[in-house]
Write a protein that binds this ligand. Structure first.
Ligand SMILES: [Zn+2]
Length: 178
């Protein structure tokens, strides 16, 4: 997913892509040898929500898919093109753990060299629904803050997001309604 060499054909005309250095300050780009189409491999935007229950527990789900199979993560997923971050966050929480949430604040944004995803993590509160799972999860559970499964978290952003959340990092968001 992170390797541009995986793309071999032009999405516009089907011609062969070849790597070309277009600007000395930028990485080589796949360019169509037939029509000249430049295939910009963009980052992938993901949202995650750290959801607090009324009793103060935090919701995590255990992944049933790779990467991170069997590991815990807070609900989240990729943002569709044209979808607002807030709408995606609410949608993913509903899909992955069955809960309706209110977004309270932005915790932080995480990106890593050589990795495609940029992960936007919100602090949220459960306001309805029933804890459940979908086909991407093995189970969902409420953890107390002092019993989080730190050694079994799926991603670096999961670890750093939870750490920042527990440290109280919060950024106000102008409009979290979507
Ligand atoms: Zn082409």
């Amino acid at each position: 997913m992170d390797n541009p060499d995986l793309y071999r054909f032009c999405p516009r005309c089907g011609g062969p892509l070849e790597r070309r250095l277009l600007k000395p300050t930028e990485p080589e780009r796949p360019v169509c040898a037939r029509c000249g189409f430049i295939y910009y491999i963009d980052p992938k935007i993901a949202v995650g929500t750290i959801i607090a229950t009324n009793a103060g527990g935090l919701i995590l789900v255990r992944r049933a898919i790779e990467p991170g199979y069997g590991k815990w993560v807070f609900p989240g997923g990729y943002v569709d093109r044209g979808e607002s971050l807030a709408t995606a966050a609410v949608r993913e929480a509903r899909e992955e753990c069955g809960l309706d949430i209110r977004l309270d604040a932005l915790v932080n944004i995480y990106s890593y060299a050589g990795r495609a995803p940029v992960i936007v993590v919100y602090a949220a509160t459960a306001v309805g629904g029933t804890l459940a799972i979908d086909e991407e999860s093995l189970e969902s559970a409420v953890f107390t803050r002092d019993a989080l499964p730190w050694d079994d978290l799926a991603f670096r952003s999961t670890h750093e997001g939870l750490r920042d959340y527990l440290d109280g990092l919060r950024h106000p968001v102008h409009d979290v309604k979507g």
